[in-house]
Ligand binder design. Structure first.
Ligand SMILES: Cc1ncc(COP(=O)(O)O)c(C=O)c1O
Length: 407
Protein backbone atom coordinates (compact mmCIF):
# COMPACT_ATOMS: atom_id res chain seq x y z
CA UNK A 1 0.00 0.00 0.00
CA UNK A 2 1.14 3.52 -0.72
CA UNK A 3 -0.15 6.97 0.13
CA UNK A 4 -0.52 9.50 -2.65
CA UNK A 5 2.21 11.60 -4.19
CA UNK A 6 -0.16 14.54 -3.82
CA UNK A 7 -0.17 14.24 -0.04
CA UNK A 8 3.59 13.85 0.05
CA UNK A 9 3.81 17.23 -1.65
CA UNK A 10 1.88 18.88 1.21
CA UNK A 11 4.52 20.54 3.38
CA UNK A 12 4.54 20.70 7.17
CA UNK A 13 3.41 24.15 8.27
CA UNK A 14 6.42 26.32 9.22
CA UNK A 15 4.42 27.37 12.27
CA UNK A 16 4.28 23.79 13.55
CA UNK A 17 7.59 22.45 12.25
CA UNK A 18 9.64 23.41 15.30
CA UNK A 19 7.02 22.42 17.87
CA UNK A 20 8.89 19.22 18.90
CA UNK A 21 11.82 21.42 20.03
CA UNK A 22 9.42 23.60 22.02
CA UNK A 23 7.77 20.54 23.59
CA UNK A 24 11.16 19.23 24.63
CA UNK A 25 12.10 22.60 26.12
CA UNK A 26 8.85 22.58 28.14
CA UNK A 27 9.63 19.05 29.37
CA UNK A 28 12.98 20.48 30.52
CA UNK A 29 11.05 23.06 32.56
CA UNK A 30 11.69 26.06 30.30
CA UNK A 31 8.96 28.65 30.02
CA UNK A 32 8.29 29.59 26.41
CA UNK A 33 6.73 32.76 25.03
CA UNK A 34 4.81 31.61 21.98
CA UNK A 35 5.05 34.33 19.36
CA UNK A 36 4.57 31.80 16.62
CA UNK A 37 0.82 31.37 16.66
CA UNK A 38 -2.06 33.29 15.12
CA UNK A 39 -4.55 32.36 17.79
CA UNK A 40 -5.70 35.51 19.62
CA UNK A 41 -5.71 35.37 23.43
CA UNK A 42 -8.66 37.81 23.51
CA UNK A 43 -11.89 36.47 25.09
CA UNK A 44 -14.60 35.30 22.68
CA UNK A 45 -17.66 37.53 23.28
CA UNK A 46 -20.14 36.01 25.72
CA UNK A 47 -22.91 36.49 23.17
CA UNK A 48 -21.51 33.47 21.30
CA UNK A 49 -21.94 31.09 24.24
CA UNK A 50 -25.26 32.61 25.35
CA UNK A 51 -26.78 32.14 21.89
CA UNK A 52 -25.79 28.49 21.86
CA UNK A 53 -27.03 27.93 25.43
CA UNK A 54 -30.36 29.50 24.56
CA UNK A 55 -30.79 27.47 21.38
CA UNK A 56 -33.14 24.67 22.15
CA UNK A 57 -33.51 21.69 19.82
CA UNK A 58 -34.12 17.99 20.29
CA UNK A 59 -32.23 16.65 17.28
CA UNK A 60 -29.03 18.14 15.99
CA UNK A 61 -29.57 17.63 12.28
CA UNK A 62 -27.71 18.82 9.18
CA UNK A 63 -28.30 22.43 8.31
CA UNK A 64 -28.82 23.71 4.78
CA UNK A 65 -25.58 23.28 2.78
CA UNK A 66 -25.43 27.02 2.10
CA UNK A 67 -25.63 27.78 5.84
CA UNK A 68 -28.32 28.77 8.34
CA UNK A 69 -30.65 31.29 6.75
CA UNK A 70 -30.52 33.51 9.87
CA UNK A 71 -26.72 33.62 9.71
CA UNK A 72 -26.73 34.42 5.98
CA UNK A 73 -29.16 37.30 6.62
CA UNK A 74 -27.02 38.55 9.51
CA UNK A 75 -23.83 38.49 7.44
CA UNK A 76 -25.60 40.28 4.60
CA UNK A 77 -26.67 43.00 7.10
CA UNK A 78 -23.13 43.24 8.48
CA UNK A 79 -21.89 43.89 4.93
CA UNK A 80 -24.65 46.43 4.31
CA UNK A 81 -23.54 48.29 7.45
CA UNK A 82 -20.04 48.30 5.95
CA UNK A 83 -21.38 49.75 2.66
CA UNK A 84 -21.01 46.50 0.75
CA UNK A 85 -23.97 45.11 -1.10
CA UNK A 86 -23.86 41.36 -0.56
CA UNK A 87 -27.18 39.52 -0.31
CA UNK A 88 -27.94 36.19 1.27
CA UNK A 89 -27.65 34.45 -2.12
CA UNK A 90 -24.10 35.80 -2.58
CA UNK A 91 -22.85 34.07 0.60
CA UNK A 92 -22.04 30.44 1.46
CA UNK A 93 -21.03 29.37 4.97
CA UNK A 94 -17.92 27.22 5.23
CA UNK A 95 -15.89 25.44 7.90
CA UNK A 96 -13.65 28.42 8.55
CA UNK A 97 -12.00 30.65 6.00
CA UNK A 98 -9.78 27.64 5.27
CA UNK A 99 -12.57 25.64 3.67
CA UNK A 100 -13.71 28.79 1.83
CA UNK A 101 -10.21 29.03 0.33
CA UNK A 102 -9.94 25.35 -0.59
CA UNK A 103 -13.39 25.35 -2.22
CA UNK A 104 -12.63 28.59 -4.06
CA UNK A 105 -9.33 27.31 -5.46
CA UNK A 106 -10.97 24.02 -6.38
CA UNK A 107 -13.77 25.83 -8.19
CA UNK A 108 -11.59 28.06 -10.33
CA UNK A 109 -8.39 26.05 -10.90
CA UNK A 110 -7.66 22.83 -12.71
CA UNK A 111 -4.53 20.81 -12.05
CA UNK A 112 -1.50 22.80 -13.30
CA UNK A 113 -3.25 26.17 -13.16
CA UNK A 114 -1.47 29.03 -11.45
CA UNK A 115 -2.19 31.65 -8.80
CA UNK A 116 -0.52 35.06 -8.67
CA UNK A 117 0.32 35.97 -5.10
CA UNK A 118 2.61 38.39 -3.24
CA UNK A 119 5.22 36.53 -1.20
CA UNK A 120 5.70 36.05 1.71
CA UNK A 121 2.16 34.69 2.11
CA UNK A 122 0.09 32.65 4.58
CA UNK A 123 1.85 29.29 4.63
CA UNK A 124 -1.31 27.16 4.64
CA UNK A 125 -2.04 28.50 1.14
CA UNK A 126 0.85 26.24 0.12
CA UNK A 127 -0.94 23.21 1.53
CA UNK A 128 -4.05 24.16 -0.42
CA UNK A 129 -2.01 24.69 -3.59
CA UNK A 130 -0.24 21.35 -3.32
CA UNK A 131 -3.36 19.38 -2.48
CA UNK A 132 -4.96 20.83 -5.64
CA UNK A 133 -1.77 20.68 -7.76
CA UNK A 134 -1.82 24.44 -8.30
CA UNK A 135 1.37 26.32 -9.11
CA UNK A 136 2.38 29.65 -7.59
CA UNK A 137 3.35 32.78 -9.51
CA UNK A 138 5.07 34.69 -6.69
CA UNK A 139 5.32 38.47 -6.66
CA UNK A 140 8.38 39.07 -4.48
CA UNK A 141 8.13 41.78 -1.82
CA UNK A 142 10.63 42.69 0.89
CA UNK A 143 11.01 43.93 4.46
CA UNK A 144 12.78 47.10 3.33
CA UNK A 145 9.63 48.34 1.53
CA UNK A 146 7.20 47.10 4.16
CA UNK A 147 6.19 44.23 1.85
CA UNK A 148 4.24 46.59 -0.40
CA UNK A 149 3.75 45.60 -4.03
CA UNK A 150 6.38 46.19 -6.71
CA UNK A 151 5.59 48.10 -9.88
CA UNK A 152 3.18 46.96 -12.58
CA UNK A 153 5.90 45.60 -14.85
CA UNK A 154 7.34 43.41 -12.11
CA UNK A 155 3.93 42.05 -11.20
CA UNK A 156 3.07 41.38 -14.84
CA UNK A 157 6.33 39.48 -15.35
CA UNK A 158 5.04 36.76 -12.99
CA UNK A 159 1.87 36.12 -15.01
CA UNK A 160 1.61 33.19 -17.46
CA UNK A 161 -1.17 31.89 -19.67
CA UNK A 162 -2.07 29.49 -16.86
CA UNK A 163 -2.61 32.19 -14.25
CA UNK A 164 -6.23 32.07 -13.12
CA UNK A 165 -6.44 34.39 -10.14
CA UNK A 166 -4.74 36.87 -7.86
CA UNK A 167 -4.84 35.82 -4.20
CA UNK A 168 -4.25 38.50 -1.65
CA UNK A 169 -4.49 38.65 2.13
CA UNK A 170 -5.33 42.19 3.20
CA UNK A 171 -4.25 43.02 5.89
CA UNK A 172 -1.50 40.52 5.32
CA UNK A 173 -0.57 37.46 7.28
CA UNK A 174 2.43 37.12 7.71
CA UNK A 175 3.52 40.65 6.75
CA UNK A 176 1.09 42.97 8.57
CA UNK A 177 0.89 45.00 5.34
CA UNK A 178 -2.28 46.91 4.44
CA UNK A 179 -2.49 47.62 0.71
CA UNK A 180 -3.18 51.17 -0.42
CA UNK A 181 -6.01 52.12 -2.75
CA UNK A 182 -3.44 52.67 -5.51
CA UNK A 183 -2.01 49.17 -5.02
CA UNK A 184 -5.47 47.66 -5.16
CA UNK A 185 -6.24 49.53 -8.34
CA UNK A 186 -2.98 48.24 -9.82
CA UNK A 187 -4.21 44.70 -9.11
CA UNK A 188 -7.61 45.49 -10.58
CA UNK A 189 -5.94 46.76 -13.77
CA UNK A 190 -4.01 43.48 -13.98
CA UNK A 191 -7.07 41.35 -13.24
CA UNK A 192 -8.98 43.03 -16.06
CA UNK A 193 -6.07 42.95 -18.51
CA UNK A 194 -5.36 39.23 -17.96
CA UNK A 195 -8.93 38.17 -17.15
CA UNK A 196 -8.24 36.96 -13.62
CA UNK A 197 -10.36 36.37 -10.53
CA UNK A 198 -9.40 38.31 -7.39
CA UNK A 199 -9.55 36.16 -4.27
CA UNK A 200 -9.53 38.67 -1.45
CA UNK A 201 -8.77 37.11 1.92
CA UNK A 202 -10.16 39.68 4.33
CA UNK A 203 -10.17 37.71 7.58
CA UNK A 204 -8.08 40.43 9.32
CA UNK A 205 -10.10 43.32 7.86
CA UNK A 206 -10.91 44.87 11.24
CA UNK A 207 -7.36 45.11 12.52
CA UNK A 208 -5.62 48.11 10.97
CA UNK A 209 -3.56 50.73 12.79
CA UNK A 210 -2.80 54.41 12.54
CA UNK A 211 -4.09 55.87 9.29
CA UNK A 212 -4.19 52.51 7.54
CA UNK A 213 -7.57 51.17 6.51
CA UNK A 214 -8.24 47.86 4.78
CA UNK A 215 -10.28 48.56 1.69
CA UNK A 216 -12.45 45.63 0.64
CA UNK A 217 -12.31 44.58 -3.01
CA UNK A 218 -16.09 44.38 -2.61
CA UNK A 219 -16.40 48.16 -3.06
CA UNK A 220 -15.30 47.92 -6.69
CA UNK A 221 -18.68 47.11 -8.20
CA UNK A 222 -17.40 47.43 -11.80
CA UNK A 223 -15.40 44.21 -11.28
CA UNK A 224 -17.91 42.49 -9.02
CA UNK A 225 -17.91 39.29 -11.09
CA UNK A 226 -14.16 38.88 -10.56
CA UNK A 227 -14.16 39.37 -6.80
CA UNK A 228 -14.36 36.53 -4.29
CA UNK A 229 -14.19 37.52 -0.61
CA UNK A 230 -12.99 35.11 2.06
CA UNK A 231 -14.40 35.89 5.48
CA UNK A 232 -14.16 34.24 8.90
CA UNK A 233 -15.15 34.78 12.52
CA UNK A 234 -11.87 33.21 13.76
CA UNK A 235 -9.82 36.38 14.19
CA UNK A 236 -12.48 39.10 14.14
CA UNK A 237 -14.32 37.67 17.13
CA UNK A 238 -11.51 35.55 18.55
CA UNK A 239 -13.45 32.40 17.75
CA UNK A 240 -10.92 30.21 15.91
CA UNK A 241 -12.38 27.02 17.36
CA UNK A 242 -15.87 27.64 16.03
CA UNK A 243 -14.72 26.92 12.48
CA UNK A 244 -17.12 29.30 10.78
CA UNK A 245 -16.16 31.20 7.65
CA UNK A 246 -17.78 32.33 4.44
CA UNK A 247 -17.16 32.69 0.76
CA UNK A 248 -18.84 35.72 -0.77
CA UNK A 249 -19.23 36.71 -4.41
CA UNK A 250 -21.58 38.36 -6.86
CA UNK A 251 -20.48 35.90 -9.55
CA UNK A 252 -23.46 33.54 -9.83
CA UNK A 253 -21.64 30.96 -11.91
CA UNK A 254 -18.90 30.76 -9.27
CA UNK A 255 -21.38 30.57 -6.37
CA UNK A 256 -23.32 27.80 -8.15
CA UNK A 257 -20.08 25.88 -8.74
CA UNK A 258 -18.84 26.15 -5.18
CA UNK A 259 -22.28 25.33 -3.80
CA UNK A 260 -21.82 21.82 -5.22
CA UNK A 261 -18.81 21.39 -2.96
CA UNK A 262 -20.81 22.73 0.01
CA UNK A 263 -23.46 20.12 -0.75
CA UNK A 264 -20.86 17.35 -0.95
CA UNK A 265 -19.60 18.17 2.54
CA UNK A 266 -23.25 18.39 3.67
CA UNK A 267 -23.21 21.33 6.07
CA UNK A 268 -21.30 23.62 8.40
CA UNK A 269 -21.79 22.99 12.16
CA UNK A 270 -25.24 24.09 13.35
CA UNK A 271 -24.47 25.25 16.89
CA UNK A 272 -21.46 27.25 15.84
CA UNK A 273 -23.56 28.95 13.18
CA UNK A 274 -26.04 29.92 15.91
CA UNK A 275 -23.15 31.38 17.93
CA UNK A 276 -21.67 33.09 14.87
CA UNK A 277 -24.94 34.85 14.19
CA UNK A 278 -24.71 36.48 17.64
CA UNK A 279 -21.08 37.46 16.97
CA UNK A 280 -21.88 39.32 13.74
CA UNK A 281 -24.30 41.40 15.86
CA UNK A 282 -21.89 42.35 18.69
CA UNK A 283 -21.46 46.08 19.12
CA UNK A 284 -18.70 47.89 17.29
CA UNK A 285 -17.28 48.80 20.70
CA UNK A 286 -16.06 45.22 21.08
CA UNK A 287 -14.08 45.41 17.84
CA UNK A 288 -12.77 48.89 18.65
CA UNK A 289 -11.49 47.68 22.03
CA UNK A 290 -9.81 44.60 20.55
CA UNK A 291 -8.22 46.68 17.83
CA UNK A 292 -6.93 49.19 20.41
CA UNK A 293 -5.41 46.31 22.38
CA UNK A 294 -3.60 44.96 19.28
CA UNK A 295 -2.44 48.43 18.37
CA UNK A 296 -0.88 48.86 21.82
CA UNK A 297 0.91 45.53 21.42
CA UNK A 298 2.04 46.47 17.92
CA UNK A 299 3.55 49.71 19.26
CA UNK A 300 5.42 47.85 22.00
CA UNK A 301 6.69 45.23 19.56
CA UNK A 302 7.81 47.69 16.91
CA UNK A 303 9.55 49.95 19.45
CA UNK A 304 11.42 47.00 20.95
CA UNK A 305 12.35 45.52 17.56
CA UNK A 306 13.57 48.87 16.26
CA UNK A 307 15.99 49.12 19.18
CA UNK A 308 17.67 45.76 18.54
CA UNK A 309 20.88 46.15 16.57
CA UNK A 310 20.92 44.49 13.18
CA UNK A 311 17.17 43.83 13.04
CA UNK A 312 15.18 45.15 10.08
CA UNK A 313 11.54 45.63 10.96
CA UNK A 314 8.87 47.65 9.18
CA UNK A 315 6.01 49.04 11.23
CA UNK A 316 3.06 46.64 11.01
CA UNK A 317 -0.01 48.28 9.45
CA UNK A 318 -2.58 45.63 10.24
CA UNK A 319 -3.40 42.07 11.39
CA UNK A 320 -1.18 40.86 14.26
CA UNK A 321 1.97 39.63 12.57
CA UNK A 322 5.17 40.99 11.22
CA UNK A 323 8.11 39.64 9.27
CA UNK A 324 11.50 40.69 10.58
CA UNK A 325 15.00 40.27 9.19
CA UNK A 326 17.47 39.09 11.83
CA UNK A 327 21.27 39.40 11.75
CA UNK A 328 21.72 35.63 11.53
CA UNK A 329 22.59 33.43 8.58
CA UNK A 330 19.73 31.02 9.14
CA UNK A 331 16.67 31.93 11.22
CA UNK A 332 15.53 28.33 11.68
CA UNK A 333 18.89 27.35 13.15
CA UNK A 334 18.75 30.38 15.46
CA UNK A 335 15.24 29.50 16.70
CA UNK A 336 16.25 25.88 17.36
CA UNK A 337 19.26 27.19 19.26
CA UNK A 338 17.00 29.47 21.36
CA UNK A 339 14.77 26.50 22.21
CA UNK A 340 17.53 24.02 22.94
CA UNK A 341 20.52 25.96 24.24
CA UNK A 342 19.38 29.36 25.42
CA UNK A 343 17.24 30.84 28.16
CA UNK A 344 16.97 33.93 30.34
CA UNK A 345 16.12 32.83 33.89
CA UNK A 346 14.51 29.69 32.52
CA UNK A 347 12.52 31.51 29.82
CA UNK A 348 12.88 31.46 26.06
CA UNK A 349 11.04 32.27 22.88
CA UNK A 350 9.27 30.56 20.01
CA UNK A 351 8.97 32.42 16.71
CA UNK A 352 8.46 31.12 13.19
CA UNK A 353 11.19 30.87 10.52
CA UNK A 354 9.91 32.84 7.52
CA UNK A 355 11.38 30.74 4.70
CA UNK A 356 8.21 28.63 4.50
CA UNK A 357 6.15 31.76 3.75
CA UNK A 358 8.00 32.25 0.44
CA UNK A 359 7.66 30.33 -2.81
CA UNK A 360 10.98 31.55 -4.22
CA UNK A 361 13.88 29.37 -3.07
CA UNK A 362 16.41 31.12 -0.87
CA UNK A 363 14.12 33.95 0.21
CA UNK A 364 13.33 34.57 3.87
CA UNK A 365 16.18 32.40 5.20
CA UNK A 366 17.26 35.11 7.65
CA UNK A 367 13.71 36.22 8.49
CA UNK A 368 11.14 35.29 11.11
CA UNK A 369 7.44 35.86 11.53
CA UNK A 370 6.45 37.28 14.89
CA UNK A 371 2.85 37.17 16.02
CA UNK A 372 1.74 39.66 18.68
CA UNK A 373 -1.44 37.93 19.79
CA UNK A 374 -0.07 37.81 23.36
CA UNK A 375 -0.18 40.23 26.32
CA UNK A 376 1.88 43.43 26.33
CA UNK A 377 4.03 42.51 29.35
CA UNK A 378 4.81 39.09 27.85
CA UNK A 379 5.77 40.78 24.57
CA UNK A 380 8.24 43.02 26.41
CA UNK A 381 9.82 40.02 28.15
CA UNK A 382 9.93 38.13 24.88
CA UNK A 383 11.66 40.99 23.06
CA UNK A 384 14.22 41.26 25.83
CA UNK A 385 14.92 37.53 25.40
CA UNK A 386 15.31 38.04 21.64
CA UNK A 387 17.77 40.91 22.18
CA UNK A 388 19.90 38.87 24.62
CA UNK A 389 19.68 35.78 22.43
CA UNK A 390 20.95 37.68 19.37
CA UNK A 391 23.81 39.11 21.45
CA UNK A 392 24.86 35.73 22.74
CA UNK A 393 24.41 34.01 19.38
CA UNK A 394 26.58 36.60 17.65
CA UNK A 395 29.33 36.36 20.28
CA UNK A 396 29.51 32.60 19.87
CA UNK A 397 32.04 31.95 17.08
CA UNK A 398 30.50 28.57 16.21
CA UNK A 399 27.33 30.30 15.08
CA UNK A 400 27.89 31.61 11.58
CA UNK A 401 26.61 35.12 11.65
CA UNK A 402 26.34 37.83 9.09
CA UNK A 403 29.30 40.09 9.47
CA UNK A 404 27.73 43.10 7.88
CA UNK A 405 25.49 45.25 9.98
CA UNK A 406 22.13 45.33 8.30
CA UNK A 407 20.91 48.79 9.19
C1 LIG B 1 -4.65 34.94 5.99
C2 LIG B 1 -5.50 33.86 6.58
N1 LIG B 1 -6.51 33.39 5.86
C3 LIG B 1 -7.32 32.43 6.32
C4 LIG B 1 -7.10 31.85 7.55
C5 LIG B 1 -7.99 30.74 7.97
O1 LIG B 1 -8.67 30.96 9.15
P1 LIG B 1 -9.90 30.10 9.60
O2 LIG B 1 -9.94 28.84 8.81
O3 LIG B 1 -9.72 29.87 11.05
O4 LIG B 1 -11.10 30.95 9.31
C6 LIG B 1 -6.04 32.31 8.34
C7 LIG B 1 -5.74 31.71 9.65
O5 LIG B 1 -4.76 31.97 10.31
C8 LIG B 1 -5.21 33.33 7.84
O6 LIG B 1 -4.18 33.82 8.54
Amino acid sequence: MKISKRINDVKVSPVRKLLPYAEKAVRNNKKIYYLNIGQPDVKTPNEFFEAINNYSIETLGYCHSAGRKELLDTISNYYKENDLDYRKEDILITNGGSEALIFTLMSICDEGDEILIPEPYYANYNSFFSMLQIKVNPISTCAESGFHLPNLKQIESSITTKTKAILISNPGNPTGTVYTQEEMERLIYIAEKYDLFIISDEVYRDFTYGNNKAISFGIYTSIKDRVIIIDSISKRYSACGARIGAVISKNKEFINAIYRLCQARLAAPTLEMVGAEALYKVSNTYLEEVKAEYEKRKNVLFKELSSIEGVIASEPEGAFYTIVKLPVDNAEKFIIWMLTEFDVDGETLMITPAEGFYATKGMGVDEVRISYAIREEDLRRAMNILRLALNEYSSNSTNSLKVAKLN
